[in-house]
Design a protein. Structure first.
Length: 320
C-alpha cells in the first residue's frame, strides 16, 4: 500500500492584466509535478472589472486539473495573497507555491522547487527569475536599462546560490511554503502593506523568526518579460525610492521606532555618491549611471520615509 500523493497548490493573483494572465495560464498548463504529487491551482482576482472565472474554467477543462477562481474585492497584494493561502489550505494543500501573473515557469519549475525544499528540509524556499526583453525593437536607452536589470538580477542570484547573502528575503514571484507550517503558526501576509510592496519580504522575515527553515533552489526557474514602460531611468529611480520606503517601514515604523538621523545620513551619502555616478555616465557607461540613479532613489526614499512618506509602488497597474 502506498501513501497518498501530496497536493501542491500553485497560486497567482492578478489585477487588470488579462493578456498576461492568459499567457500565465498557457504556461502553467505545461507544468509537470513530482511523480508523487498532484497539482491544484488557485487564481485570485483582485480587480472589480476584470473577471477570470471563464478563463479558469477553460484552463481546468483543458488541463484536467482542479482550478479555483477566487474574488478578493479588497484591493491590495497582501489581501490577494492571503485569499490564496486560505483557499489552498481549504483544498488540503501540502505545499503552496506562488508565481506572478506576468511570469512564465519552466515545465519542471514546480517539480524542482518541491524537490529542492524536500531535499534541504526547508519550510519556505524561493528560486530565480530570469529577465526577458519585450517584443519589438528597443531604443538605445531602453536596451541600456534592460541590460542593467539583467545584470543586477544575475548578481543577486549569484549571491544567493553561493550562500553570500546572509538573509534570504524570498519574494512570491517564485515561492513555495509547506502548508503545515502555515497552519501551525497562522502566519499570513501583513494587510497593512496594501499597496506599498514588501509584504512578501516582511513575511519572509517573520517566518524566519518563527523558526521556518528558509532555502534557495537555483534550478527552479521562471522568467518575466520586462514591459517597455519599465525600461526608463525614471522607473529605476521611482522603484528604488519606493522599495526603500517599504524597507524603512519594515525595519523602523512597524517596530514603533524612527531613524531620522540615519535617514539624513543615507540621503546625503547615497544622494552624493549617486550623483557622482550619474555624472560619470558618459565615461563609465550606462550601468554605472543607472546604479547612480538607483542610489539617488534610495537616498530620497530614506528621507521621505523618515518624514512620514509611504510607498505606493503598486498603486498603478503596469502593462496589460
Amino acid at each position: 500500500m502506498t501513501d497518498e500523493p501530496e497536493t501542491i497548490v500553485v497560486a497567482a493573483a492578478t489585477r487588470g492584466r488579462s493578456r498576461m494572465f492568459r499567457q500565465l495560464l498557457a504556461s502553467l498548463g505545461e507544468l509537470s509535478p513530482p511523480e508523487d504529487a498532484v497539482l491544484r491551482f488557485v487564481f485570485v482576482q483582485n480587480d472589480p472589472e476584470f473577471t477570470i472565472g471563464e478563463d479558469v474554467e477553460a484552463f481546468a477543462a483543458r488541463t484536467g486539473r482542479p482550478a479555483e477562481a477566487v474574488h478578493e474585492p479588497r484591493l491590495g497584494i497582501p489581501q490577494a495573497r492571503n485569499a490564496a493561502v486560505e483557499a489552498a489550505l481549504g483544498a488540503g494543500a501540502n505545499w503552496l507555491a506562488f508565481i506572478d501573473d506576468d511570469e512564465t515557469p519552466e515545465p519542471d519549475w514546480i517539480a524542482r522547487l518541491v524537490e529542492g525544499a524536500r531535499a534541504g528540509g526547508y519550510d519556505l524556499v524561493g528560486g530565480p527569475v530570469d529577465q526577458r526583453a519585450p517584443s519589438g525593437p528597443l531604443t538605445r536607452h531602453q536596451q541600456a536599462v534592460f541590460d542593467y536589470f539583467t545584470r543586477m538580477a544575475r548578481e543577486r542570484e549569484a549571491k544567493r546560490t553561493e550562500g553570500r547573502q546572509a538573509t534570504l528575503h524570498l519574494a512570491t514571484n517564485n515561492w513555495l511554503c509547506a502548508a503545515h507550517v502555515l497552519r501551525h503558526h497562522g502566519l499570513r501576509f501583513d494587510e497593512g502593506m496594501r499597496l506599498t510592496g514588501g509584504s512578501d519580504t516582511d513575511f519572509s522575515i517573520r517566518a524566519e523568526r518563527a523558526g521556518f527553515r528558509l532555502g534557495w533552489v537555483p534550478d527552479a526557474r521562471v522568467s518575466e518579460v520586462i514591459p517597455a514602460d519599465k525600461l526608463s531611468a525614471g522607473y529605476c529611480f521611482r522603484r528604488a525610492r519606493d522599495q526603500t520606503m517599504a524597507k524603512y517601514h519594515l525595519k523602523y515604523r512597524k517596530a514603533g521606532a524612527g531613524a531620522r538621523g540615519k535617514a539624513l545620513f543615507h540621503f546625503l551619502t547615497k544622494g552624493l555618491g549617486g550623483a557622482v555616478r550619474v555624472a560619470l555616465w558618459p565615461v563609465a557607461g550606462s550601468y554605472t549611471g543607472l546604479r547612480g540613479i538607483r542610489s539617488v532613489g534610495v537616498g530620497v526614499g530614506w528621507l521621505r520615509a523618515a518624514l512620514g512618506g509611504s510607498s505606493r509602488l503598486y498603486d498603478r497597474v503596469i502593462s496589460d
